[in-house]
Design a protein around this ligand. Structure first.
Ligand code: FE
Length: 164
């Protein structure tokens, strides 16, 4: 009897442990208003950063990052046509720098990121960052500001600009 209870307990504990590790896209350590974040291997960066920003309820801040990815989608904005062109690169690349900011739009957390990616021939790709999958390490630092920054959609430029 005791043995069967122990088995059920072990299965429950292992299920809960797995559920927790599957739902975690990152681990982090806090230093005052700064967070050092490790994004899990094979996780998507924008999904992980947005989940973190929502979890910590950061309404204004900055993001810096480095790491390695094996797929990335960048976006180019043409101010003349106000059209966005997205392009996906499926190859191993180094994030030599990811720079971003955190704000709010329509009451929701808004993450804006740009990236420079190093290819295996040591040339670089760069642009507005949409998504990328970690393949190796994903090391980020987020600084949270005390307060909020808002955005609005500007018809003139076709962009979501800061509203002060
Ligand atoms: Fe941008």
């Amino acid at each position: 009897m005791k043995k069967s209870i122990l088995i059920v307990l072990c299965i429950t504990v292992s299920f809960l442990a797995n559920a927790q590790s599957n739902s975690k896209l990152y681990t982090y350590k806090q230093f005052g208003n700064k967070y050092v974040i490790s994004i899990q291997n094979h996780a998507e960066i924008t999904k992980a950063i947005t989940a973190f920003v929502e979890e910590q309820d950061i309404k204004a801040g900055t993001i810096v990052g480095m790491g390695a990815v094996n797929e990335a989608t960048l976006r180019f904005f043409d101010p003349a046509t106000k059209e966005f062109v997205d392009k996906t690169f499926s190859e191993q690349m180094e994030i030599t720098n990811l720079t971003g900011n955190i704000s709010q739009k329509d009451g929701k957390h808004y993450v804006h990121m740009h990236v420079t990616l190093g290819r295996n021939d040591y040339t670089a790709l760069a642009g507005h960052f949409l998504t990328a999958k970690i393949n190796g390490a994903g090391e980020f630092v987020i600084e949270s500001f005390d307060g909020a920054v808002d955005r609005y959609h500007d018809e003139d430029t076709g962009l979501n600009l800061y509203k002060f």
